[in-house]
Design a protein around this ligand. Structure first.
Ligand SMILES: [Fe+2]
Ligand SMILES: [Fe+2]
Length: 282
């Protein structure tokens, strides 16, 4: 079974690139086309926030045009700091769970053997994320209801310290509360996030912590200089393909989408040291 995890589409009004240079709508189109042609088709698409760039109604209109294609499965979304919660709910209320809660975009859904718990980590007017007591109470109830099931949690802000100052200043400030609950539940296979525009993998107990690169392709520069300001590079858009089978468990593979050369075949040179045993290429 496959689940496609994407994030940070940053859709803009037509003809207005994000940050003046990033053709986010084109990149979102390519990523969604890739997801739509996966074989086998994914069971679900999970989108962890920053669906648009400024929370504008015309951006959500364009987003809906992009989503209104023959996607092969349900689409589960939560907002990020570039979304505006009320505009998000108004524009995307047709998607499952978006209006299930009166105050936040938070809900649970079943995907194959997994219970997906989607959390709203947005703090209006701020770049960082938080889970207030009301949202943590929702998480507690959702985890309680998911007892005995494998759980995936999706939210925008990563609960991970990276050492990159620009990222850590806007991370999830409730990460200890979230990670303690995941550990106590003991059945949270992965926490899926975006926001940092960079592939980040970490672990907490038995839980994978994954932050997927931006679908829009403007990926953050990695620098460990604490005084450095944030820059981005134009790189491929990213999709985490979560593959699960009963005997083999869960793996996450990063699929890059962009104007990339290839595919090329692997060519085995005569001096390749793995050649003495048949079938050892690649
Ligand atoms: Fe973003
Ligand atoms: Fe963000």
């Amino acid at each position: 079974m496959l689940i496609a995890h994407i994030s940070d589409l940053h859709v803009r009004p037509v003809g207005r690139p994000a940050n003046r240079v990033v053709e986010t709508n084109m990149m979102a189109e390519r990523v969604l086309r890739r997801v739509a042609t996966l074989d086998p088709a994914p069971e679900a698409i999970v989108i962890t926030g920053d669906l648009v760039d400024c929370g504008r109604d015309d951006e959500y209109e364009e987003l809906n045009r992009l989503l209104d294609r023959k996607l092969p499965c349900p689409v589960y979304v939560v907002p990020g700091n570039h979304d505006r919660r009320e505009a998000f709910r108004a524009a995307l209320g047709h998607l499952p769970g978006v209006t299930a809660d009166p105050d936040f975009v938070q809900y649970s859904a079943d995907i194959g053997p997994f219970r997906l718990i989607m959390l709203d980590s947005v703090v209006p007017g701020a770049g960082h994320g938080e889970l207030c007591p009301q949202r943590l109470a929702f998480l507690d109830a959702a985890l309680e209801a998911a007892a005995g099931r494998k759980v995936l949690i999706g939210l925008h802000h990563p609960p991970v310290i990276t050492g990159v100052a620009a990222m850590d200043s806007i991370m999830l400030r409730s990460s200890e509360a979230l990670l303690a609950r995941a550990a106590a539940h003991g059945n949270v296979a992965a926490i899926l996030s975006g926001h940092h525009h960079r592939a980040i993998h970490a672990a907490h107990g038995g839980t994978m912590l994954l932050s997927v690169p931006a679908a829009a392709g403007h990926q953050s520069e990695i620098t460990f200089d604490p005084k450095a300001r944030a820059y981005f590079h134009l790189e491929p858009g990213g999709i985490f393909l979560l593959r699960w089978t009963e005997p083999e468990g869960l793996t996450a593979m990063l699929d890059s989408v962009g104007d990339l050369p290839g595919p090329y075949p692997f060519v085995v040179e005569p001096e390749y040291p793995g050649m003495r045993r048949a079938g050892a290429a690649s």
